[in-house]
Design a protein. Structure first.
Length: 104
């Protein structure tokens, strides 16, 4: 409630709580998205391999061998898409939790 242009302490507390919840929510979502993207990227390395000295350019490879650019594009695409989907899922769960507990 505003009294003559000056907000009361209760309004300031609510605004600070909302700002803090927003910042915490964004940091949490971004961190989880990054972690899932990194796990996805690491998981790709267990199925695919890039041509190089270590596998004699694909002749001695135990995994599917890809060109460097194809591997990079595939890695980025899969990491971003799974990370984004996971971040959205966490965001939806957070919104439902806020509604359940009726946070301001």
């Amino acid at each position: 409630m505003h009294l003559g242009g000056i907000s009361t302490k209760n309004d300031c507390d609510i605004m600070v709580k909302r700002a803090a919840l927003y910042i915490i929510n964004e940091l949490f979502n971004s961190l989880l998205g990054f972690i899932v993207g990194a796990i996805t990227s690491n998981l790709m390395l267990s199925f695919f391999e890039v041509r190089g000295w270590s596998n004699l350019w694909g002749l001695y490879a135990s995994k599917v061998v890809l060109d460097d650019t194809v591997f990079t594009i595939l890695e980025w695409t899969i990491s971003l898409s799974i990370g984004y989907m996971f971040m959205k899922l966490v965001n939806i769960i957070t919104i439902r939790t806020k509604k359940h507990f009726r946070y301001p």
